[in-house]
Write a protein that binds this ligand. Structure first.
Ligand SMILES: Nc1ncnc2c1ncn2[C@@H]1O[C@H](COP(=O)(O)OP(=O)(O)OP(=O)(O)O)[C@@H](O)[C@H]1O
Ligand SMILES: Cc1cn([C@H]2C[C@H](O)[C@@H](COP(=O)(O)O)O2)c(=O)[nH]c1=O
Length: 702
């Protein structure tokens, strides 16, 4: 699975790069990406230079055309090209693609030199042709990687490919800025060049493609076709299609909306900088070197933000953090648009990039936690597609809007005047829109936040001081929420009922957190992977107890208790009883010892109600699809002991249990649970708001 998630442990990356053919391909991909970014910068600069004497509209239109040519074909035409490319020989598609692109990029400065009057037109034609060639080259690359690395390393290999694609951007931008700063020298060495740094960048770009072609031509590529399921889910050909599938995966809840808005806004902000950055720095008297610095700062900031995200304001609710992290992005745009200063613009581009990095890392993390394992891939593909489309739209529309806005000099009285150019207006207006959308995203994502503290400012100040906002100087707030647990054997219908109950209570206005054990926290997800992996048959019974206990400790401390202290209803799919039944009764360990460990791990937190869905193991197991995991594949005798364990617990404390026959229809079980749960809960509208409104809350009849 490839996700916009961390790049994985360095050791994992080293393992993949130790595979020589993949390493060679990766180096050549990195070179091609470097060349690609260089060519984007060079072509935008050339378009700006060629139209410098024209009207502002023509100037901005030329820039918009280059951006459109470089970025749009990949999104709009990939599905068509992908169909053809899948039928072509991969090696020769890549080699031919690299050579053709190299030649096209060389031709831009050469034609410019021979036919100066045709330079801009050829720049656009050659750029478009190079991107069309790339449409065939990219699927060939995507299909090559799975043939070079074992399946289990594919996720890491795809992440390294993403790193090669985007990590090359700041290097290319710095290289371009360096070339621009020695353009005088280059001009003396090669006086015939229109813009020495841009021409040299295009020659370098062509060189990277020729080197890549040689590397790929000599790669030992396997002949067999690669299964479609192994291909990177971020393939351009899948981009538009993935939106539909991804929307189903992330759902239509407020959290999903908040994340999609935040990520789209930050991607669009990056698009604005790319779209109007070059004309903007020109107004500041900085030219190509300034543009290179701006883009480098943007991407460096992005990288820093992505890396720093898990460490920034660790104690602060991630859902609140998502909307907040868009704010610096918006402010950076506003200030850059309003204050014309090159150094300030570069610093703000860094801030903007960092904000975008924090937003992307936080948003993808929230989705990772919120959606089921099998839904993650389409969910990440949706985020990726949304980001690409937002970036593209902003990068193309921004110069157009700047051209239409035009450049103005506003007199301020006396000799003073304020230069408001089209690019500044676009950045300013874009920033204001981003600020509004940051608030929308904040509100959406915060909706039913299980981590949210008492209020934004107290939580923010507490997080800045590094203390837990829930802890009032050493004194823990009371638990005012309600804790409900669904228990039972495999396939009893627990997840189904957790979902139904969550929806039913939310519809009545309750603040509900639906969760599960094991696997609700970051640590929990890893533990779940270890505990349920059939390969891990060596885990000893006692180690198993401790691993499940670690999940419980993390889950209770990080998710359940904060939500209960806030007054929420927490509904958990499994809790302590699973440990007593599976590890105690199932593994035949001393139940009292297991009880002590689980009670310590969960800080003695006991559910208000446990619903036991009682099912015969044969019936429950037969409902499950897919291969059985490590625990499911235990013997029927084991699962029988587990069932007896659950029933014994319920018999011990009948007042805290509701035991239901899991063979009953789903709707009937749901109604029974609702009937038992409703009296446990307070009025869904809090007393204060009632006093103000004088309204009686409406509770739907069952
Ligand atoms: N009352 C029911 N009658 C028949 N099928 C049901 C019922 N409730 C749920 N199912 C189906 O049984 C399957 C397993 O349900 P679900 O995932 O909710 O069980 P679970 O107890 O959470 O499973 P697991 O032990 O794997 O977590 C699903 O296909 C679900 O649609
Ligand atoms: C919490 C808990 C769980 N288990 C077992 C029970 C199941 O086989 C898996 C969890 O997966 P599922 O999707 O909920 O079926 O883990 C356990 O043995 N001990 C526990 O404490």
């Amino acid at each position: 699975m490839s996700r916009s998630a961390p790049l994985g442990a360095p050791a994992e990356a080293q393992n993949v790069l130790a595979i020589t053919p993949f390493r060679r391909l990766w180096v050549s991909l990195s070179l091609s990406s470097l060349g690609d970014w260089l060519s984007l910068l060079a072509m935008v600069s050339l378009a700006a230079i060629f139209t410098a004497d024209g009207s502002p509209l023509v100037h901005y239109l030329a820039v918009a055309a280059v951006v459109a040519i470089k970025l749009a074909p990949a999104i709009l035409l990939s599905p068509l090209a992908g169909i053809v490319a899948d039928r072509l020989d991969r090696r020769w598609t890549m080699v031919g693609g690299d050579v053709l692109r190299g030649l096209l990029y060389v031709s831009i400065p050469v034609i410019g030199l021979l036919f100066p009057g045709f330079a801009l037109q050829w720049l656009l034609i050659a750029g478009l042709l190079a991107e069309i060639v790339a449409l065939f080259w990219t699927p060939a690359r995507d299909a090559t990687i799975p043939g070079l690395v074992p399946k289990r390393m594919l996720g890491q290999a795809n992440r390294l490919t993403l790193l090669a694609t985007y990590g090359a951007a700041p290097i290319a931008a710095l290289l371009f800025a360096a070339l621009a700063s020695i353009s005088n020298l280059l001009g003396v060495l090669m006086p015939s060049m229109a813009a020495p740094e841009a021409d040299v960048a295009l020659y370098l770009n062509a060189l990277t493609f020729f080197v890549a072609a040689i590397v790929v031509a000599t790669l030992p590529l396997p002949k067999h076709a690669v299964s479609k399921t192994l291909l990177s889910p971020n393939r351009d050909a899948e981009l538009l299609r993935s939106i539909g599938r991804g929307r189903e995966a992330v759902g239509s809840g407020p959290l999903a909306r908040g994340v999609v808005i935040a990520l789209a806004v930050t991607a669009a902000a990056g698009g604005l900088v790319i779209g109007v950055g070059r004309p903007h720095v020109e107004h500041l008297g900085a030219g190509n070197a300034g543009f290179g610095v701006l883009v480098a700062a943007l991407f460096l900031g992005l990288g820093l933000g992505l890396v720093a995200a898990p460490r920034v304001l660790k104690k602060f609710s991630r859902r609140r953090f998502l909307g907040l992290s868009v704010v610096p992005v918006a402010l950076a745009l506003i200030i850059t648009g309003a204050i014309g200063d090159m150094v300030l613009s570069a610093v703000l581009a860094l801030v903007l990039g960092m904000g975008a990095g924090l937003t992307w890392a936080t948003g993808t993390r929230l989705i990772e936690i919120d959606v089921e394992d099998e839904q993650r891939e389409p969910a990440f593909a949706l985020l990726h597609a949304t980001g690409r489309i937002a970036l593209l739209a902003a990068a193309i529309l921004a110069p157009l809007a700047a051209g239409l806005a035009g450049d103005h000099e506003i007199p301020l009285g006396g000799p003073l005047s304020y230069d408001l150019n089209g690019s500044g207006v676009v950045l300013l207006v874009g920033g204001l829109l981003a600020l509004i959308l940051a608030v929308v995203s904040y509100r959406q994502a915060q909706g039913d936040d299980p981590e949210a503290g008492p209020g934004l400012l107290p939580e923010l100040f507490a997080a800045l001081r590094g203390i837990d906002p829930e802890v009032d100087e050493g004194e823990r707030p009371e638990i005012t929420g309600t804790f409900i647990v669904l228990e039972g054997g495999e396939g009893a219908g627990k997840s189904t009922q957790v979902r139904d109950l969550t929806v039913w209570l939310r519809e009545q206005g309750f603040d509900v957190v639906g969760t599960r054990q094991p696997g609700a926290t970051k640590l929990g997800m890893r533990l779940r992977g270890i505990l349920l992996d059939r390969e891990n048959s060596h885990i000893t019974d006692r180690a198993e107890v401790l691993l499940y206990a670690a999940d419980k400790a993390d889950h209770v401390e990080q998710e359940i208790l904060p939500a209960l202290r806030r007054g929420a209803v927490v509904i958990s799919d499994r809790y302590i009883d699973s440990m007593l039944a599976y590890q105690g009764a199932g593994r035949s360990l001393d139940t009292e010892e297991v009880q002590e460990i689980s009670s310590w791990a969960t800080q003695g937190l006991v559910p208000d109600l446990t619903v036991l869905l009682d099912v015969r193991p044969e019936d429950g197991l037969s409902r499950l699809g897919g291969p059985a995991d490590r625990i499911e594949s235990e013997s029927v005798e084991f699962h029988d002991r587990v069932r007896k364990g659950f029933r014994a617990l319920a018999e011990e404390h009948p007042e805290r249990y509701l035991v239901l026959d899991a063979r009953e229809p789903q709707e009937k079980i749901a109604r029974e649970i609702q009937r038992r749960v409703r009296p446990l809960l307070p009025d869904p509208i809090d007393a204060d708001s009632e006093a103000v409104t004088g309204m009686i809350p409406v509770i739907k009849p069952e």
